[in-house]
Design a protein around this ligand. Structure first.
Ligand code: HAM
Length: 433
């Protein structure tokens, strides 16, 4: 009976070893970057009660309407959802553990999120976000800091140029008035709306402004603009943010159509976009979401944050600099089984004590074929623990790579087994100088 070949779920990727160094480099840079702005990590579960996202992200959003992986827990009937984003879960955790009790908090997370979208380049069903939330900050200074932070990250990763688009969504009451006028406007032009727009007209008319349908562009151009409905305080917030950005030399464009796909936002929203990834060029999106914490049952607390699409950034890094080439180890240890294996295992441990990365040959093979493996591993040195060497209490060390035709060691050198760690650590050190 032939068994069907197993494969990963569509839109969900394996990260293979050849690609992993790029992710590790990205993650290392991100850790340093977040620490340099005083952010603390928070890890929340992959699963939350569905209610967290329905109330948080909003019932009439693409994510909640059609993109969530939700199911009923067979044991207790609870409705659960694989997180489609971090913000709602982080806010749930912050409320549950009273994290803003002592004042504001700067929090970050990294990990997979799940959305049932149509997969294409840069758009997956399991993807990763670096998510940053600043809880308890009301002023535009933190909005500006988040944007400056991102500019620094793009520079650190050398993945520019990146375009910043900015908008203000004002406050809920300001949006209400705009919404009424927007519905009235679209109702007057019913005949020019496509099916999607008609469906959204009374539920989420703001999202109609986001349509990609070219036939509706001129209609959208003439629609009432939310920015003209903002009151004095909202305008002042937006103005101050722009002043801070200008003072720091940040270039941006105001995009009055930038509405974002999640309902919790107010005031500032922004996206960073690259032209190098085709249709899925938004690398990072975020903004202020002052109403959310109260919506999820906490005390009213202003907040602001963003999420970076890791796969998109990784693709830019790959395009710019490729995958970093890294040897598997510093030292590859060869042996001839029996007592030489005992000695080789001990020697490998002692070299790791000295800080070296060591790969010990597993299984039995001729020294010649082990040497081929040693070479292919990218190691700087092969350490041969053969029977003759063991009898003399030594190992033969062979330098595998020359530097401009010069070798760190003479072709092969006998080193006492108990001196291997220090001798090779020293040799490596001198190579990296
Ligand atoms: P978002 O705009 O839905 O925002 O997602 C943030 C980023 O995730 C996007 O800019 C994009 O780079 C990436 N992304 C989204 N969908 C996919 C996909 N299907 N495949 C690959 N990458 C994708 C949020 O999630 C908000 N929670 C951000 C936020 C945090 N706002 C305030 N705090």
């Amino acid at each position: 009976m032939s068994k069907q070949k197993l494969a990963a779920v569509r839109g969900m990727n394996d990260l293979l070893p050849a690609e992993a160094p790029l992710w590790e480099l990205f993650e290392a840079r991100v850790y340093d970057w977040l620490r340099s702005y005083g952010y603390q990590q928070i890890r929340t579960p992959l699963l939350e009660h569905t209610e967290v996202f329905v109330r948080g992200i909003g019932e009439v959003t693409d994510i909640v309407e059609k993109e969530m992986y939700s199911f009923e827990d067979k044991l207790n009937g609870e409705n659960l959802t694989l997180r489609p984003e971090f913000t709602a879960g982080v806010v749930r955790a912050a409320i549950e553990h009273n994290l803003t009790y002592d004042g504001p908090r700067r929090l970050w997370s990294i990990g997979p999120v799940f959305r049932h979208e149509r997969p294409q380049r840069g758009r997956y069903r399991q993807f990763h976000q670096v998510n940053v939330e600043a809880l308890g900050f009301a002023g535009p200074d933190i909005d500006a800091e988040l944007i400056l932070m991102l500019r620094r990250l793009w520079e650190t990763l050398a993945i520019g140029p990146m375009r910043l688009e900015l908008n203000s969504l004002g406050q809920p009451d300001e949006r209400q008035q705009h919404r009424r006028d927007l519905i009235a406007y679209f109702e007057r032009h019913q005949d020019r709306l496509d099916a999607d727009a008609r469906r959204r007209l009374h539920t989420n008319p703001l999202r109609i402004l986001d349509t990609k349908n070219p036939a509706m562009q001129s209609l959208i151009e003439g629609a009432p603009r939310l920015i003209e409905y903002l009151g004095a305080a909202s305008r002042a917030h937006f103005e101050r943010l722009q002043q801070l950005l200008r003072a720091n030399g940040v270039e941006y464009t105001i995009n009055p159509r930038l509405v974002r796909g999640l309902d919790y936002y107010n005031l500032t929203v922004f996206e960073w976009i690259t032209d190098r990834l085709g249709a899925q060029g938004t690398v990072c999106g975020g903004g202020r979401y002052d109403p959310l914490i109260e919506m999820l049952g906490g005390r009213p607390t202003p907040a602001c944050g963003f999420a970076i699409g890791v796969e998109r950034v990784i693709e830019l890094m790959r395009e710019t600099a490729g995958v970093p080439q890294r040897p598997l180890c510093d030292v590859y240890v060869l042996h001839q089984g029996g007592a030489t294996l005992d000695a080789a295992l001990r020697a490998a441990e002692s070299m790791r004590d000295a800080g070296l990365d060591v790969l010990l040959h597993a299984g039995e093979a001729s020294l010649k074929s082990q040497m081929k493996k040693a070479d292919a591993s990218g190691a700087e040195f092969a350490v041969i623990v053969g029977e003759a060497e063991l009898a003399a209490g030594t190992a033969a060390v062979k330098a595998l790579r020359s530097r401009d035709g010069t070798w760190p060691f003479a072709e092969q050198k006998a080193v006492a087994l108990d001196r291997l760690g220090s001798a090779l650590a020293e040799a490596l050190e001198s190579l990296s100088e």
